[in-house]
Design a protein. Structure first.
Lengths: 275, 268
């Protein structure tokens, strides 16, 4: 009886010892991704304090983060972020709505794709920002202009990826559908579109990043009085460096969050990808 | 089996002996200029399993893909009870089940897909699926996605999908070669049982001589290219065949004979 109790007591003690060790390991693992940002902030702080760089060029991280937080919590920076987000999403939706069906159609007809491949590749390789003057001629200094040029840059990426997704569809799945008696239309609807989805989503994710880049650039150089691009440029011109850094960080936060949201949507829809 | 060659004028399609299901006449298939099949004739019996066996590159899979209508033929004719491919329901089981099922559909919807294609009502599909599940004795969850199942379970689902519309012919392209031995035995038995239940004509491409003989009523041995029929070896052991069959004198003799012909053709 006594032997048994000491035995179970020992086991319990061992379990107690093992438990915190396991927890510590898990916590360490969860904290690892935070190491990079902490090191960056530390380096920033040291650099700002060292005096090597004039405070007018580099404010410390804490004042900057305070400015960012205050700005995002109902300040002007929030309006700018929302404006940039709205333009980016408008451009993205236009690119997706036009680009996905067009890309899938082009991809399912190899001859059609080959005949426009050069045009797509050429303009895909042309920085969209180089086209801003052209778009200025067409749309003038308007809000539509910023959305239009971002949509243009994003559209080509969506078309290209959707077309490649279809062209690289697993031949055997198409054969399986055909042998079961699927018409060309059913093969397209039930197999090709689905097969193109993983690659199409790569395109959509890249396209939203591209749209954000172009919108921010357009906000800087196409007459604008809101948006993050405007906020960065304006803060720089009035030498409000803290606000400038805060606005830059805000574009980063926006880009990062957009990417995460799209990854989550992708994982939900293309659940079979990579399995 | 007198092939006339591709230059001969098209003859009238003559029927095979009684009990023939699929007639192949004057089949021509070229790859990059050289002939794989050149005036190939074959009668495939109804309600039997025919295994196709032959040297590497002799076009075993090409043959069943042409029968399935998946690869165009350059000449000749393939008829099913006198009907064309368009009027014939065919089930096909691929070697690579991973790329044969649709991963965006649940397994059950994969099996139902050919029925939906044919415009069956929801009720009728439901009833047919219940039938299939019962006859296969399925013990795993068909509401999962294919990638959540084991290889053997996925191939079982592929076979169920091929059989769902009650096809006249089932073509199987090395259905076991991507499976481990345990799963191979299991699915082989399922296939035998399904055949005994339905008597559907089956053509099985195989690279395993034991499996080819074990399942078949007839082993079709092909030559190197240009591919001709080397020999058709009959095996009339009644079903169900079991593990004991594998050591049966009759089985061993047929397997030995098949191997001899195969080796003769490989060396030729």
């Amino acid at each position: 009886m006594e032997v048994e109790s000491t035995d179970s007591g020992r086991r319990r003690k061992a379990a107690r010892r093992a438990w915190p060790r396991l927890r510590a390991g898990q916590v360490k693992h969860a904290l690892l991704p935070l190491l990079g940002p902490v090191l960056l902030l530390l380096a920033w702080e040291l650099l700002a304090r060292s005096g090597w760089i004039k405070p007018i060029l580099l404010p410390g991280p804490w004042p900057t983060l305070q400015t960012l937080a205050a700005g995002l919590a109902g300040g002007a920076l929030m309006t700018d972020t929302l404006m940039t987000l709205m333009r980016t999403l408008q451009a993205f939706v236009i690119a997706a709505v036009l680009g996905l069906p067009l890309g899938v159609l082009l991809g399912s007809n190899v001859n059609a794709y080959r005949s426009v491949e050069f045009v797509i590749d050429f303009f895909r390789s042309t920085p969209a920002s180089a086209m801003i003057p052209l778009f200025l001629l067409i749309f003038g200094v308007s809000d539509i202009n910023k959305v239009a040029i971002a949509a243009f840059g994003a559209l080509l990426i969506v078309i290209f990826n959707a077309a490649y997704g279809v062209m690289n569809a697993r031949k055997q799945r198409i054969m399986a559908a055909r042998v079961m008696g699927a018409s060309r239309w059913r093969v397209f609807r039930d197999v090709l579109i689905w097969e193109s989805l993983p690659q199409s989503f790569v395109g959509l994710r890249t396209a939203v990043s591209m749209a954000l880049v172009v919108v921010v650039v357009a906000e800087m150089f196409i007459g604008s009085n809101n948006g993050l691009g405007y906020a960065v440029l304006n803060a720089q011109q009035v030498l409000n460096v803290r606000l400038m850094y805060a606005a830059i960080l805000a574009t980063g936060v926006l880009g990062y969050l957009l990417n995460i949201v799209f990854l989550l949507i992708e994982r939900l829809i293309v659940h079979w990808n990579g399995r | 089996m007198a092939g006339q060659g591709s230059t001969a004028p098209l003859r009238r399609h003559y029927p095979g002996p009684p009990g023939t299901h699929i007639t192949i006449r004057g089949l021509v298939k070229r790859f990059a200029g050289s002939a794989l099949y050149d005036g190939f004739d074959l009668d495939i019996p109804k309600g039997q399993i025919m295994s196709v066996f032959g040297p590497n590159g002799c076009g075993k899979s090409t043959l069943i893909n042409m029968i399935a209508g998946l690869i165009p033929i350059d000449g000749g004719e393939i008829l099913f009870d006198g009907k064309t491919r368009q009027d014939t329901k065919i089930g096909y089981v691929f070697q690579n089940y991973r790329e044969a099922l649709f991963p965006w559909m649940r397994t059950l919807d994969n099996i139902a897909y050919p029925l939906v294609l044919q415009g069956w009502s929801k009720d009728r599909v439901r009833r047919r699926l219940d039938e299939l599940i019962a006859s296969f004795g399925i013990g795993f969850d068909l509401h999962r996605y294919p990638y959540e199942l084991s290889g053997g379970q996925q191939q079982t689902a592929s076979i169920m999908r091929a059989l769902a519309p009650e096809p006249e012919v089932v073509l199987l392209d090395e259905p076991f070669s991507a499976l481990d031995f345990e799963m191979t035995l299991f699915i082989r038995e399922k296939l035998q049982q399904v055949f005994m239940d339905t008597g559907t004509t089956m053509i099985l491409v195989s690279h395993d001589i034991e499996e080819a003989v074990y399942l078949a009523d007839q082993v079709l041995l092909l030559t190197k290219r240009p591919t001709r029929i080397a020999e058709q070896v009959l095996y009339d052991e009644p079903r169900p065949r079991t593990v004991d069959t594998l050591s049966d004198a009759g089985f061993v003799a047929v397997k030995k004979r098949t191997l001899e012909i195969f080796q003769r053709e490989v060396r030729r």
